[in-house]
Design a protein around this ligand. Structure first.
Ligand code: SF4
Length: 473
């Protein structure tokens, strides 16, 4: 049995941030090579601290869904997963045994040599004439691999140069250039550099966004997919502007290669993780009788299960939107009724107006999406196997912009927590609160919080910053 975990950044504010990881997880799931594909996030749930506990097998491969190596892939993710490693990840990845699971952590997908194929695939979308040996119409064509570039992270430019070098060797294009938005050589100077009459620009970016949709077209004067330039130092030229590599479906192949390479001669995989399976069996026993889990009402119906917001209890099914897949539930519960993003799923803001009818396997996945890690953590708490992490430990671990939470005094933390956590179903074990009964014992809102979530950490940071600004003025 094998589990694959894709780690995305996520966002406390923007619901779109997590979508790329979801989409790749879906693509890889359809390939059936892993028994499960789970997504985990820095700023959403399941969080990096929780995600390993949500995996069903003892053989787990973790892939950071980042375009280059850097602070997140070398510091934040290894630290939060408990890998006991900081700094550059070796090409073969890192393997550790954590809580009975063998965990293999790989380099981010963006540095895999297979990304050169994704660049070519993107180029082909805007230049269908590009055949296996070069442009079929014989017109000289240059390729620009466009990176963000930043003096703070030399890895992000290194991956651009490496891909440009790989593609030069393939001789598909008459010229291949590595250019950048924020460092030299800048893409704004392309016309001085590129001689070919036709130019393909492929942004080596993780996702579509402000840069790919606005700043790049604006700075280069692009008017669409194809833009003619009548007067450049090398005569008339035509620029073909591709979509970013990170959103291409072929990235799924790169992820699978990475996962296979991380396993090496890894054998048949692991076993079912017993604690995880026991947690879900306890949940299913409850579900078969009908249950409330937080704001969710679970009702067994003729061999399947219906879930809905408990506030919609008694409403005719025809009045509600009927969902039939875990992914449909996921996409619904990620936003409140007002359309606001829900980075913490145990906040009491589960949307209403829907129901889902699911078989037992899909019920597990739908409940995982609705309350990530809650079944596993609640069961572990009941077995006295969930160790709370006090605030001071969480604060000490923070780095980068979050390091300033170490300056928060206990009263500040408590004040913020009272505001944020008051809206949350979970009981703050990390602050010394006690949870004597859980939803597994029939108390719907009984769910443990073993450690302050990143949402609360961010709010404490904002409070510290506000206090500092107030005392300076
Ligand atoms: Fe909920 Fe507060 Fe725990 Fe975050 S820290 S999960 S808001 S109880």
């Amino acid at each position: 049995m094998r589990s694959l975990v894709l780690i995305g950044h996520g966002s406390h504010l923007n619901g779109e941030s997590a979508v790329a990881a979801y989409r790749y997880a879906e693509l890889i799931r359809t390939r059936g090579l892993f028994d499960e594909v789970i997504e985990g996030y820095w700023k959403e749930e399941p969080s990096l601290r929780q995600v390993l506990r949500t995996t069903a097998s003892t053989d787990v491969t973790v892939i950071p869904m980042f375009i280059s190596e850097g602070y997140f892939t070398e510091t934040v993710i290894p630290r939060e997963l408990g890998l006991g490693h900081q700094g550059p990840v070796p090409p073969e990845g890192i393997a550790r045994v954590i809580g009975g699971r063998t965990v293999r952590y790989t380099l981010p997908y963006g540095v895999h040599p297979g990304m050169a194929d994704v660049i070519v695939a993107r180029a082909r979308e805007v230049l269908p004439e590009l055949g296996p040996d070069g442009p079929a119409d014989g017109i000289e064509t240059a390729l620009i691999v466009l990176g963000h570039g930043t003096t703070r992270n030399e890895n992000s430019s290194r991956v651009i140069y490496e891909n440009a070098a790989r593609l030069r060797e393939r001789e598909l294009f008459s010229e291949v250039h590595a250019l950048f938005l924020d460092e030299e050589p800048r893409v704004t100077g392309w016309a001085d550099l590129v001689r070919a009459p036709r130019v393909v620009i492929v942004p080596f970016f993780a996702s579509e966004g402000w840069h790919t949709l606005e700043t790049i077209p604006e700075e280069l004067g692009l008017s669409g997919v194809v833009t003619p330039f009548a007067d450049t130092p090398h005569g008339p030229q035509q620029v073909h502007y591709a979509r970013p590599v990170g959103t291409h479906a072929a990235v799924a192949e790169v992820i699978l290669h990475l996962a296979e390479e991380a396993r090496g001669a890894g054998g048949p995989g692991g076993d079912t993780e017993r604690g995880h399976e026991a947690a879900w069996q306890a949940f299913l026993t409850l579900a078969r009788r009908g249950a409330r889990v937080g704001e969710l009402l679970v009702t067994p119906e003729l061999g399947v299960f219906e879930i809905r917001n408990a506030l919609d209890e008694g409403r005719p099914g025809g009045d509600l939107m009927t969902l039939v897949t875990p992914e449909g539930v996921r996409d619904r519960v990620r936003f409140t009724d007002g359309g606001e993003h829900r980075p913490v799923h145990t906040l009491r803001s589960l949307p209403r107006g829907w129901r889902a009818v699911l078989n037992e396997a899909d019920l597990r996945r739908a409940v995982h999406y609705t309350y990530p890690a809650v079944v596993e953590e609640t069961y572990a708490h009941g077995c006295h196997a969930l160790r709370p992490t006090p605030w001071a430990t969480t604060a000490r671990r923070q780095t980068g912009i979050y390091a300033k939470v170490q300056r928060a005094v206990p009263e500040q933390v408590e004040r913020v927590a009272e505001r944020v956590c008051a809206a949350c179903l979970r009981t703050r074990l990390w602050a010394g609160e006690r949870l004597t009964h859980s939803f597994l014992d029939g108390v719907p809102g009984g769910m443990p919080c073993a450690e302050a979530c990143t949402f609360l950490v961010a709010e404490v940071r904002a409070e510290v910053a506000r206090k500092k600004a107030a005392s300076a003025s």
